[in-house]
Design a protein around this ligand. Structure first.
Ligand code: TRP
Length: 340
């Protein structure tokens, strides 16, 4: 950790395998950000259990996911990547924050309201785990534990960052000192939003039930070609960028441009005289070429216990920082019994 660089904290949820959408929309940004920022990334498995989830599903993807992050180019010497449940300090801070948060604030969170309505509708009962209500304070602990400056999040999480700021400010006032740094949210602008291949007005999602709708980072070249060939376009036959009228083709052009590191205009130019078939073949080849080095690296990491070592080392670094900060906080609020 370098005190002169901004600290960025980001949590990722564990459902499904990582997609090309995650790579272009998030991971590629992280690779750029790790140069000039302290980057702290974790797999949010404690958040995953706020709604009922099976053991296999909870354990399943963590290792593969972290291996893929490293395979995409995150550097263990620059970024800290860990599994949330490995940092025990987190839940103690979460309790402290809960004691400075009101029931009203938590029950007003939009995501809590949405998720609890959905749970009622699904099982016909009113079984709402309290962990779902306190989800945002756990998230606040994730952020405040590392003195984060910036938190890259989607729109749906902005309200949780706002709450994090409120709790932090409240405690700073209450204890009359800077217990916490006040974090800001930011929506990363580089990269791009990649859409579902079968329904290009929807974001590409790893939790989709239709495997044809996304490219997995571990998809073989053959599978990539099949999925791109099956991607929904339109019957107009002209290659142009127009996300409203031609969402399918525009999405394919975006993917091509990002992976080739060129502008959308340049991508459109490349295909002026091509038909949809040619665009798709060229795109599928480009995607496979981009995935190949990632997959090679991934298989190296997963083949022996390299990934386990990386995960353990990440946890150790995170715990070191977390412990230092938590001790400071406990001293400030009086949760230390040694009197000086
Ligand atoms: N709630 C976030 C999401 O659903 C994941 C998350 C958990 C997170 N803790 C975080 C994101 C802390 C940023 C910072 O995407």
């Amino acid at each position: 950790m370098n005190g002169n660089k901004p600290t960025i904290v980001s949590g990722i949820t564990t459902t499904g395998q990582l997609t090309l959408g995650n790579y272009i929309g998030a991971i590629k940004n992280f690779i750029d950000l790790q140069k000039d920022n302290n980057l702290i990334i974790f797999v949010a498995n404690l958040h995953a259990i706020t709604i009922p989830i099976g053991k296999e599903e909870l354990q399943g993807n963590i290792k593969n996911m972290i291996a893929l992050y490293y395979a995409c180019g995150l550097d263990p010497n620059k970024a800290i990547i860990y599994v949330q449940s490995d940092v025990l300090e987190l839940t103690q801070l979460s309790h402290i924050l809960l004691c400075n948060t009101t029931v009203g604030e938590l029950s007003r969170m939009t995501q809590f309201k949405d998720k609890s309505i959905k749970m009622k509708a699904e099982n016909g009962t009113e079984f709402i785990p309290t962990g779902l209500l306190t989800y945002p304070t756990l998230m606040a602990a994730d952020i405040l534990l590392y003195d984060a400056d910036l938190v890259p999040v989607g729109k749906d999480q902005k309200q949780h960052i706002e709450l994090t700021r409120n709790i932090a400010e409240r405690m700073n006032n209450r204890y009359q000192q800077n217990v916490f740094k006040i974090p800001n949210d930011f929506i990363p602008t580089i990269g791009g939003k990649i859409m579902d291949l079968q329904n290009p007005t929807k974001k590409m999602s790893k939790s989709s039930n239709d495997p044809k709708s996304f490219i997995g980072l571990l998809d073989t070249p053959d599978l990539v070609h099949k999925k791109i060939r099956a991607a929904i376009t339109d019957s107009d036959g002209k290659i142009a960028y127009d996300p409203d009228k031609k969402p399918g083709i525009s999405n394919l052009l975006t993917i091509y441009a990002v992976l080739k590191n060129i502008t959308i205009e340049a991508a459109v130019k490349t295909f002026t005289n091509s038909d949809y078939g040619q665009l798709k073949t060229e795109l599928a080849t480009t995607i496979s070429a981009s995935l190949e080095p990632i997959q090679t690296k991934y298989h190296q990491l997963i083949k022996d216990d390299t990934i386990d070592q990386l995960i353990a080392a990440g946890a150790e670094k995170a715990r070191y920082l977390a412990n230092k900060k938590l001790t400071e906080i406990k001293n400030i609020i009086g949760l230390n019994y040694k009197r000086k």
